[in-house]
Design a protein around this ligand. Structure first.
Ligand code: S3P
Length: 167
């Protein structure tokens, strides 16, 4: 079993899909944002506020190098900007969760913890800027993906099954 690496825009549901994959397969999961928060013993939001984005991207780089050298047979969910790591394709099979921007925002807003979900993501604080970022990143996500799963109108379980079928 090769690693599966889930990429995609903030709020698209990488975490929920990862949890369903774990429930329905023998994969164990890791999340790059969780690893970074443990390394730093502070939340992503705090890291952005106290150190800035470049510092956070360097942490992502350390995580990417560690994943490539040391992690096998694992399902890895990533922060929305992790795909920029040069060694992404060496880490595992890249699966893109894809959804139109308005659907992503609607999905976050429909969540019972919507306020928290928006507040913890510094790059979602300005929706117009987030939409620009989405436009800029979408072709890059698509170019890197070995598998693309459109998540619109699908449950996390349906997406998980589709991923396990396709990889
Ligand atoms: C980011 C996405 C976030 C987190 C950080 C930066 C991005 O993760 O890594 O706030 O650049 O898209 P999620 O995709 O889990 O929100």
């Amino acid at each position: 079993m090769k690693n599966i690496i889930l990429i995609g825009f903030m709020g698209v549901g990488k975490g929920s899909v990862a949890r369903e994959i774990v429930k329905t397969s023998s994969y164990i999961a890791l999340d790059t944002d969780d690893i970074i928060e443990s390394m730093e013993n502070r939340r992503i939001k705090k890291i952005f506020e106290e150190e800035g984005e470049a510092y956070f991207r360097n942490l992502e780089k350390s995580v990417a190098l560690w994943l490539e050298s040391s992690v096998k047979n694992t399902l890895i969910s990533t922060g929305g900007g992790f795909y920029k790591q040069e060694n992404l394709k060496q880490i595992g099979k890249v699966v893109l969760l894809d959804s139109p921007f308005p659907d992503i925002i609607a999905r976050i807003k429909a969540h019972p913890n919507a306020v928290k979900k928006l507040a913890k993501r510094p790059l979602l604080s300005d929706l117009a800027k987030a939409q620009e970022l989405y436009k800029e990143r979408t072709p890059e996500y698509l170019a890197l993906a070995d598998v693309v799963v459109n998540v619109t109108n699908k449950s996390a379980l349906e997406c998980a099954k589709e991923i396990l079928d396709k990889v």
